[in-house]
Every structure is written in structure tokens, then in C-alpha cells.
Write a protein that binds this ligand. Structure first.
Ligand SMILES: [Zn+2]
Length: 486
């Protein structure tokens, strides 16, 4: 008995020492950079974004349903509003309305960079629920309201304000800077596909790309008191799968014990009961390595000692949809269909499960796992056609890589109160079109969001705080100065 107590005591002591060492050996990874100020016209940023919001460039699943007038209107407005950018940069229109600008660098031997955003917005579901009309660009209560205020006209206007301002100052980039503004990011993504094809065809090799995708989270990450700018170093893949069963059909008065609809339902139930494995490898582990030193106790100890607390952290993460998405490939059954009439046996029944692939999975491995879990030879699985289907992106480099250092340097120079960390973008962005012609691809915009504000992206009452808006042109100016300056 005494021996057991002694052994236990030694174990506890070892644990305490190990934890102490764990904490002591995780110093802050935050880059130390000199403070910088950018002389931006915050009022112009607000006014111009309000004007851009008034063009109802709502995305559509089919190209013929696009609002052509709004897209042409927005493009014409850009020409008038940013005359320097439109006289000193070359602009090419691809895939109808997407724009690719080239700002030639003084030294053509340097690999170029690319800044991205998109001009289309998602539709408005319930206009009556909006505090201010979604396409009016109203300034009220310290914010600019409207569809696209966050996603992603703030990026388009912020980048153009920065370029126009730098041109007015006589700034000349050393390396070439490309700007790519897609017109159908929310649906087909053909604009960025065409822009990427054009650069590929010309043999352009990009040093790095910056697109939307992650933001400055404010009070969203447990234990981190400072606002945290998460730089997306990768994005999940996408795969929709059709789960199908076939039968003879017939009248439902003398049915067999199970029908095609029943077997599809059983397959769905098996999938939901057996989610993809969760883990903390890849971008999740980098994220915590960067954020742990910035956390309050006791979370700092927990996240600095994942060798011990990994199972606890994973189990907590997988309880919340937002963090679950960081830990595993997620699955959502989105479509379901059986017979067309209540007394007719289905000859065919099917469901669609939408997977968002964690970087540790591939389309093929995910499909194989679905078959294994469903475990029913009468069920067929096939990819459901979607323009978004694609493998997870490669993971871009963090500290020491020119793009990552430029982006985090720009943030820390302007906002020393913000901590930075690499992260995984859970949605899909246009940036994925460029992964094969760029050394690194990052996904971040300087939007600062609390949890309730985050819900307004693609939702009701999308808006940006006015004091946050000034950060957009300042951030993109810093990015261009640091990334393409001398
Ligand atoms: Zn977007």
C-alpha cells in the first residue's frame, strides 16, 4: 500500500515538473516589429465601400442568372473611383466580369505577389429582418451596414484604396503586384479559375497569394484575451457524395421488409453514428503552438502540454461545430430523395452527404471510409457533381516564409495588441485556384469579429464597425510596402 502511495507521489511530482517545463519552454512566438502608421482616409474607405455595396452583385448558380447590370456598374464605378489604379495598372477582364490587375515591379526578376478579394455577394434571405436595407450602404450606430460589407467588398475596396493611396505617394513596387477580383466566388469560381489559367499560361510563378478566409477573432478563442489574427495556411477540401440504392419498385401494399429508401436511411444513420476520426495534427497543432503562450491559465498549461492533454482537448473541440471543423473531416447529409408518391415503392432512393476534407484526408480516402462505414453492398457511392469538389489545399509555410512574415508583420506593425497565428480555413476560397503556381497561399483579411458579429457573414445584418474599416487600406498598404517594397 505504502509502495503504491509512493509511486503515485513520484508520478504526481514528475507530472508537476513536466508541466512546469512544458510551460517554461513555450515562449511567445509573436513577431516583434517596429510600429507603423499609415495615413489613410478612413472616411473615403467608408464612403466608397457604401457605394460598392449598392451594386447588387448577387451570386447565382448559373452564369445566365447573374446581375449583369450590377456587375458592369460596379466595374465602371471602380474605374471612376480609382483613376490612378486604372491608368497605371493594366486591367484584364476574364470570364465575363472577373478582373486581373498587373502592377509591374521595378525588378522583373523578383517573383510577383497576388492580392485577392471578390466582387459578388451571397443573396439576402430575409430582407425584412435587416435593421437597415441590405443594399443601401447605410452608416448607423458606428457601423456600415450591407451585404458585402464583410464578405468581401471590404477587401476589394480596401485593396484599391491602398493601391490608389500608394500611387498618389509615388510608391513604385519592386516586385510585380497582381490583384484578382472574382465575380462568382460564392458559386462557380470561374473568374478566379480563368485568372489563374491566364497566369499559368504566361508562366508566372507567384511568391505568395493573399486572399480572404480568416479574420481577427475577438474573444472567440477560449483563454486568449488579445484579439487573434488567424492566417489561413490551408483550406479544407470539398466532396459531395451521392449515396444510392436501387430496387424493383412496385406497389406498397405488399412490400418487401426493406426498401431502397430504408437502406439509404440506414446508410445515413450509420454515417452519423460514426464521424471521421478527429486529431490535432497539421494546422491545428500549429495554431495551438502559436496561441498557447498567449493564453490565460489554466488553458496555457493545457495547450502547452498537448502530449498529456490531447485527448481532453480533442473531446472538447469536437463538441462545438466551429472547432470540430478544425479537428476532422466533417460530414453533413444535405439532400434526400425517395419515391415520388406515398404508395409507390422507390425504384431508386438517394441522399447526398457533403464532406469538408481535413488536410489529412483525400477525396479517395474519404470515399473509401464512407463505403467501409456504410458496409452495405447494395448501396452505391459516387461523387455528386459540384464545382467545389476538390482536394484539401497544401499547407503553406509559416514563420520564415516571405508571405507569412509580410502579413503578420503588417498586422503587428499597425496593431501591436493583436496576436497572430497560422490557422486552417474551414470554408473554400478562390485562393485554391492558385496553389499550383504559388509557393505559398494565405487566407486572411483584417476584419475584427466577435462571435455574434461572425454570424452576420452570409446572414442577416452584415456590417463592419467604422473603426475597423480604417484598418483595411492601412493593412493592404503595409502588405504591399513590406511584400513588394524595396
Ligand atoms: Zn468571401
Amino acid at each position: 500500500m505504502r509502495r503504491v502511495a509512493l509511486a503515485l507521489g513520484v508520478l504526481v511530482l514528475a507530472l508537476v515538473v513536466a508541466l512546469g517545463v512544458g510551460v517554461a519552454t513555450t515562449p511567445s512566438r509573436q513577431p516583434v516589429v517596429a510600429a507603423a502608421t499609415e495615413n489613410v482616409d478612413a472616411e473615403a474607405m467608408t464612403r466608397h465601400l457604401a457605394e460598392a455595396i449598392r451594386f447588387q452583385t448577387v451570386s447565382a448558380a448559373r452564369a445566365e442568372d447573374l446581375n449583369h447590370e450590377a456587375l458592369s456598374g460596379l466595374i465602371a464605378w471602380m474605374e471612376v473611383t480609382y483613376p490612378r489604379a486604372h491608368s497605371q495598372l493594366t486591367r484584364e477582364v476574364v470570364a465575363g466580369y472577373s478582373l486581373l490587375y498587373t502592377w509591374p515591379g521595378a525588378d522583373p526578376s523578383l517573383p510577383p505577389i497576388l492580392l485577392m478579394s471578390h466582387m459578388d455577394v451571397v443573396p439576402v434571405e430575409n430582407e425584412a429582418e435587416w435593421t437597415h436595407p441590405p443594399f443601401a450602404g447605410v452608416v448607423a450606430d458606428g457601423a456600415l451596414w450591407g451585404r458585402g460589407a464583410m464578405d468581401d467588398k471590404s477587401g476589394v475596396v480596401g485593396i484599391l484604396e491602398a493601391v490608389e493611396g500608394l500611387l498618389a505617394e509615388g510608391f513604385v513596387p519592386q516586385r510585380t503586384v497582381y490583384l484578382s477580383f472574382g465575380h462568382d466566388e460564392e458559386t462557380l469560381g470561374e473568374g478566379s479559375l480563368a485568372a489563374a489559367a491566364l497566369l499559368r499560361e504566361r508562366g508566372v510563378r507567384l511568391s505568395w497569394v493573399l486572399d480572404e478566409g480568416m479574420v481577427i477573432t475577438d474573444g472567440i478563442i477560449a483563454g486568449v484575451k488579445a484579439p487573434a489574427a488567424l492566417i489561413g495556411v490551408g483550406e479544407r477540401g470539398y466532396l459531395s457524395v451521392r449515396i444510392e440504392a436501387a430496387d424493383e419498385g412496385g406497389h406498397s401494399s405488399m412490400p418487401p421488409p426493406t426498401t431502397a429508401a430504408g437502406r439509404v436511411a440506414r446508410a445515413v444513420a450509420r454515417l452519423e453514428a460514426d464521424p471521421f476520426p478527429a486529431g490535432l495534427d497539421g494546422p491545428a497543432s500549429s495554431l495551438f503552438a502559436w496561441l498557447a503562450p498567449e493564453m490565460r491559465q489554466p488553458l496555457r498549461t493545457v495547450f502547452s502540454n498537448l502530449w498529456l492533454f490531447r485527448p481532453v482537448v480533442i473531446s472538447q473541440m469536437t463538441k462545438k461545430p466551429s472547432t470540430n471543423a478544425l479537428a476532422r473531416t466533417t460530414q453533413a447529409v444535405t439532400m434526400l430523395s425517395g419515391s415520388l408518391q406515398d404508395n409507390v415503392l422507390p425504384q431508386r432512393a438517394w441522399a447526398v452527404v457533403n464532406l469538408r476534407l481535413h488536410p489529412r484526408d483525400t477525396q479517395a480516402s474519404a470515399l473509401a471510409r464512407l463505403a467501409e462505414v456504410i458496409d452495405d453492398p447494395t448501396i452505391t457511392l459516387s461523387p455528386y457533381p459540384s464545382g467545389l469538389n476538390g482536394e484539401p489545399s497544401p499547407i503553406s509555410r509559416d514563420v520564415g516564409a516571405p508571405g507569412f512574415d509580410t502579413i503578420t508583420g503588417a498586422i503587428r506593425a499597425l496593431r501591436p495588441d493583436v496576436v497572430v497565428a497560422p490557422g486552417l480555413t474551414v470554408g473554400a476560397t478562390d485562393a485554391r485556384r492558385f496553389v499550383d503556381i504559388a509557393d505559398d497561399v494565405y487566407r486572411f483579411m483584417p476584419l475584427q469579429l466577435t462571435e455574434p458579429e461572425r454570424a452576420a457573414i452570409h446572414g442577416t445584418d452584415e456590417r463592419v464597425k467604422l473603426d475597423n474599416l480604417a484598418l483595411f487600406p492601412a493593412f493592404y498598404r503595409q502588405v504591399i510596402r513590406r511584400g513588394a517594397g524595396s
